[in-house]
Each structure stands twice: as structure tokens, then as C-alpha cells.
Design a protein around this ligand. Structure first.
Ligand SMILES: [Fe+2]
Length: 400
């Protein structure tokens, strides 16, 4: 998400004046075209396509390693200092997961995008991380190429190749041939398997449904609400249409096959929040069919031991969904590695506090128990644990 400075200052000032809970703009693109629902996506189907067979996991040089500490983060501006890497390295992670907005590319010029990745590569902390720690990555809108963009972004295939090159995807892997950057890895031996699933929420995404404001601009409407001291929602709304999808059907087939694979712990590493319930800004909840289909796919494949991690928001928080789910679903949001958002939108599924400082996420796995225990954490730039929740994987089991 992007923060146009002028609007941000206005909205921050309004928030301070009126105490509105969720003023703000994560989008620079609240332009016209309100009501752009759906798109030309293929219809959602009830089950996995018959031809789908789970192939081997995506290759990763560290896949034989048992993962005990998995760090992750999102939203790192390449033109800022990135002191957070010292704290990340001090946590001695076995894996680091980049959840998107890994650079702020925001361009259709691939030379510009490459230059921004080069800026990230030159950061001393990032260089040390890369030398010390296996890395996996997905992207979000800004490293994909445009704020809040989906399938319509014209350079998506060129950007995909830049992404795969930068993150060191070995030549000839299945990932190079996909309609997006999605990938799934299984680390560790049987009994200590951790599956990392990295969906792509951009490459195939149908247009997001916007608030219907008639001829009014979102900015005018938001200002009027703010001036009246009223809550200002974001520019987007929940889309219940069957053909409104973020993943697209080939990626759904891939995710179905992945969730049928055995693992003791699963981490769905999503660029956008999976469980937050406010559709004003981009999140899974905006694509209601995808959201429901994810829950039903977990249930149908008896995909136990799954927790979600997410980024994008510019604040850290933990969400829990325990209604109409096969078992309680958790979503640990860490954002950003450099970016901080001053206003906190409502989220009825939030558990605990919000952290509005630069942060990274950490999942510690206790393998000494018969069923592994998880510590879900958000840590600050000093490495202090600021949010924490312990979750037992025996509570993450689809009932018989
Ligand atoms: Fe984003």
C-alpha cells in the first residue's frame, strides 16, 4: 500500500482532531472506475480439478533443515535505512520469509525495478541476512509493480522474471512456468515437516470492487467524513461475486494439491491479511469467495496445523477466526520492516494490541512436544517481543 504524503498528512491531522479510528489512505489510486467488480476470471469450482496431482514440493537448497525459528516481514522501502536486520539476525532464524512490498518498485520500467532491487541487495543488514539465512519470498503490489494492482498490470510477466531472478530461483524449476510467483516448500524430515505456502495475490487478481460514490471522488468523500468527525472507511468493499478471485483457477489447483500434502506445521504466507474483517483496504475478505474457499479447502483436505502470516498493513497485529472454520485460524501480521502506519483500522478478529513501530514476525516451534507448539511473535527493531501468542497444534486439527 502506498501513502501519498499530502493525503496522509490531512488524514492524520483529521484523525488527531476527531479521533476517528480508521482514517487514512493506503491507496494512491482511489480514482474513478468505482464498481469495477469481478472481471474475466474463471468460475470457482467446488473441488480440485481432476487432473491435479501433487508433484514434489518446490526445490529449496535448505529443504532438509528442520525449521525451529521462522522470521518474516514485509514493506521495506529500499531508499530508507533498514536497521531492523540487526534484530532479525539476532533472532537466528532458520528461514526468512519475505511477504511482499519487499521493494517499492511502482513502475512499468523494469530497469527501475531492477535498480530498486539492487538498492535492497546493497543494504548491509540484508546482505548479512542473505549470507546467513535461507530465504523464500512472494510479492505484493509495490514489488509487483503498481499500488493495489491486479491482473491488469501490463508488465506482470516481465516483473515476474525480475522477481524470480532477484530471489535466486534456480533455472528450470516449475515456478518459472507458472502464472504467478506462487510456490510451496516442505522443510524438515517426517515428523518435523514445515510447509511454507506462498500464494500470489496479484498476477491473476480480478479488479477490486470499489465503493460506489457516483461522480464523487474518494478523496472528496473521505475529507467530508473526516471534517464531520466521522469514521472514514477505505475505498474498497467486499465482493461476493463468484467470479471475483485473487488466485485464479490454476493457482487454486496448485493450492489444493499443496494442502493435500502431509506436514506437521503449515504456514500460509500471504502478502495480504487473511483474517482481518475490514474490507476497506485490500485483504482476503474483499474476495469473499476466495476467503470462503480457503476455509473449505483446509477443511476438505484435513490440512491440520495451519497458521497464516501476512504483511502489507504497516502495523503488526494478530487475528483469530473461530466461527465457521474447521479449527481456530490464526493470522500473524507483521508490517513493516521500515513502514509504520499511524492510524489503526478496526478489525473485529484482532486479538490483543496493535504494534505501530517497525517490526518483524517470528514463529518459534517447540518440537519437544508430541505435537509441536507454536509461539507467534511480533518483535521490534530492538528485538523485543511486543506481541506474542502461544498456539498448540493439537488445537489446529479438523474434527473427525
Ligand atoms: Fe501492499
Amino acid at each position: 500500500m502506498k501513502k501519498p504524503d499530502q493525503r496522509r498528512r490531512f488524514l492524520q491531522a483529521s484523525a488527531a482532531l476527531f479521533g476517528a479510528a480508521a482514517l487514512g489512505s493506503r491507496s494512491a489510486r482511489a480514482e474513478a472506475a468505482a464498481g469495477a467488480a469481478g472481471g474475466a476470471a474463471t468460475p470457482v469450482t467446488a473441488g480440485p480439478p481432476a487432473a491435479v496431482r501433487p508433484g514434489p514440493p518446490d526445490p529449496h537448497p535448505a529443504s532438509s533443515h528442520t525449521l525451529t525459528r521462522i522470521a518474516f516481514g514485509s514493506c521495506a522501502k529500499e531508499d530508507k535505512d533498514q536497521p531492523i536486520w540487526d534484530a532479525v539476525l539476532d533472532a537466528r532464524p532458520d528461514l526468512f520469509v519475505f511477504l511482499g512490498d519487499n521493494v517499492y518498485g511502482d513502475t512499468t520500467d523494469m530497469a527501475v525495478l531492477r535498480a530498486k532491487y539492487a538498492q535492497l541487495a546493497a543494504k548491509p543488514g540484508f546482505r548479512r541476512l542473505r549470507e546467513a539465512t535461507p530465504i523464500v519470498a512472494t510479492w505484493d503490489d509495490h514489488d509487483y509493480g503498481a499500488n493495489d494492482a491486479g491482473a491488469e498490470y501490463p508488465q506482470k510477466e516481465a516483473s515476474r522474471r525480475v522477481f524470480l531472478e532477484f530471489w535466486g530461483e534456480p533455472a528450470g524449476t516449475p515456478r518459472w512456468g507458472r502464472d504467478g510467483v506462487y510456490a510451496g516448500y516442505v522443510f524438515g524430515p517426517e515428523g518435523r515437516r514445515v510447509q511454507i505456502l506462498l500464494p500470489d495475490l496479484r498476477y491473476n487478481r480480478a479488479p477490486i470492487l470499489k465503493l460506489d460514490l457516483g461522480s464523487r471522488s474518494y478523496e472528496d468523500w473521505a475529507k467530508q467524513l473526516a471534517d464531520a468527525g466521522r469514521f472514514v472507511p477505505g475505498p474498497y468493499v467486499r465482493n461476493p461475486a463468484r467470479d471475483a478471485t485473487m488466485l485464479g483457477e490454476p493457482q487454486w489447483a496448485w493450492l489444493e494439491a499443496e494442502l493435500a500434502r502431509p506436514a506437521e506445521v503449515r504456514i500460509l504466507a500471504s502478502s495480504l491479511q487473511v483474517l482481518a474483517d475490514l474490507p476497506g483496504w485490500e485483504a482476503w475478505i474483499n474476495y469473499a469467495r476466495d476467503h470462503q474457499r480457503l476455509v473449505e479447502t483446509i477443511r476438505r483436505h484435513r490440512a491440520n496445523g495451519l497458521v497464516c502470516i501476512s504483511g502489507d498493513t504497516h502495523y503488526g497485529e494478530l487475528s483469530k477466526l473461530d466461527v465457521n472454520v474447521p479449527y481456530p485460524l490464526w493470522d500473524l501480521t507483521s508490517s513493516g520492516l521500515t513502514e509504520v502506519w499511524p492510524v489503526v483500522p478496526p478489525n473485529a478478529n484482532r486479538v490483543g494490541e496493535v504494534l505501530r513501530e517497525a517490526n518483524f514476525g517470528l514463529i518459534e516451534i517447540d518440537w519437544t512436544r508430541p505435537r509441536p507448539g507454536l509461539s507467534l511473535q511480533v518483535r521490534d527493531v530492538n528485538g523485543e517481543v511486543r506481541l506474542e501468542r502461544r498456539v498448540r497444534t493439537e488445537d489446529l486439527v479438523v474434527p473427525a
